[in-house]
Design a protein around this ligand. Structure first.
Ligand code: ZN
Length: 374
């Protein structure tokens, strides 16, 4: 039923449009008329007022052709982790990748193209379905910004499926962590490093001591922490007066996250105190954890649909957030579906055409199962 060539063509067309975060309009302008031609009502919300981007989220709605069926949504994001204006696509034995000089954009066009092909198949074949919404978001890669600012009043679906994680197709992500980021400023005191170093307080020494005592990496099965950026210093002959540091902590357990963040703060304050420096920490709460089970209808529908296609289905815990964190926090049960995207956020990113097709088949199957589970 899925048109393999049409789907592959759409995917490649989408990858060839350069859409880093905040610059998605060029692709939204291409996709919206295609969805409207299929009979979907399209609205762009005003999320870009808050994201600073050139376009809001695209919310497209296909009315039900069967009364009483459960309304559902499928979601993916327009933006890619970095720009790829000079994309060169290489296709070998059905595997689509780049020449190694840029990302491909399968994250998340490898989720979006199958959704659109599936909607085409559903409308072409007049497959019975409830209301289907597509929540196609912007600026996901820079902190789920589009989803955070989506116009909730436009969402009527009662549950959702986000196509935005790696293979195998058939896998259902049922939980993801909460994430906090820490913006840290250590303030010491400048001094000439050769003439009178005793008058200075080195912010670099402070952060070094703090990090040495900080539990980082994998803290436990549910919790991780990382110091990702350190910036500071101007010259070897100046005792460094200021260092800016960015760190993060994630956990699927709220208490463990709070404990880890507190530990990081304590370590920083302790080290600062020892040197007579000051420390300022801004904690940004990026997104909240969620936890579904096999008994939740949204998971059950995804797995039943996968089994109907003989896809191996399993549950997976995610180590990172996605738009599903935001939709779950809004009270809409949402799981994440495994797609074909591999090696994402690297220049070795690739996706197999077979997986694009499987994803589209899975979306059609989910729409069918949802329609029958009313
Ligand atoms: Zn993604």
């Amino acid at each position: 039923m899925i048109n393999r060539d049409r789907l592959t063509g759409l995917f490649l067309d989408m990858c060839r449009v350069n859409t880093p975060a905040r610059k998605e309009k060029v692709l939204v302008d291409i996709i919206q008329p295609q969805l409207e031609a299929l009979g979907l009502t399209c609205v762009r919300d005003k999320a870009n007022v808050n994201t600073g981007g050139d376009c809001g989220n695209l919310i497209a709605t296909l009315p039900a052709n069967m009364p009483g069926a459960t309304p559902i949504f499928f979601s993916s994001h327009f933006d890619t982790v970095e720009p790829n204006p000079n994309l060169i696509v290489v296709i070998e034995d059905g595997l689509i990748r780049t020449d190694g000089t840029s990302i491909l954009g399968a994250d998340d066009k490898g989720g979006m193209a199958p959704i659109i092909e599936a909607v085409r198949v559903i409308t072409e074949n007049d497959i019975p379905h409830g209301e289907i919404q597509l929540l196609l978001t912007v600026s996901e890669e820079i902190g789920l910004l589009g989803a955070h600012h989506i116009d909730r009043s436009l969402i009527s679906a009662g549950m959702g499926f986000v196509l935005d994680t790696g293979p195998p197709v058939g896998t259902v992500v049922f939980t993801a962590p909460t994430q906090d980021t820490l913006d840290i400023t250590i303030t010491g005191r400048p001094a000439h490093a050769g003439f009178e170093p005793e008058k200075g307080i080195s912010a670099i020494q402070v952060i070094a001591r703090a990090i040495e005592r900080m539990k980082l990496g994998r803290i436990d099965a549910e919790t991780t922490a990382n110091v990702g950026i350190i910036q500071g210093g101007q010259a070897t002959n100046i005792v460094c007066p200021e260092v800016k540091v960015r760190a993060e902590a994630r956990s699927r357990d709220g208490m463990k996250l709070r404990n880890q963040v507190q530990h990081m703060m304590d370590t920083l304050h302790e080290a600062a105190g020892e040197f007579g420096a000051t420390v300022d920490v801004k904690i940004n709460h990026m997104y909240d954890t969620y936890r579904l089970t096999e008994n939740d209808e949204v998971v059950r529908i995804a797995q039943t649909a996968a089994r109907s296609l003989n896809l191996e289905t399993g549950l997976r815990e995610a180590g990172g957030g996605s738009d599903a964190n935001v939709f779950n926090a809004m009270g809409i049960p949402t799981c994440v579906l495994g797609t074909g995207m591999r090696n994402i956020h690297t220049h070795q990113e690739c996706i197999h055409i077979d997986d694009l097709v499987r994803s589209a088949e899975w979306v059609v199957a989910i729409a069918k199962v949802a329609a029958n589970s009313a």
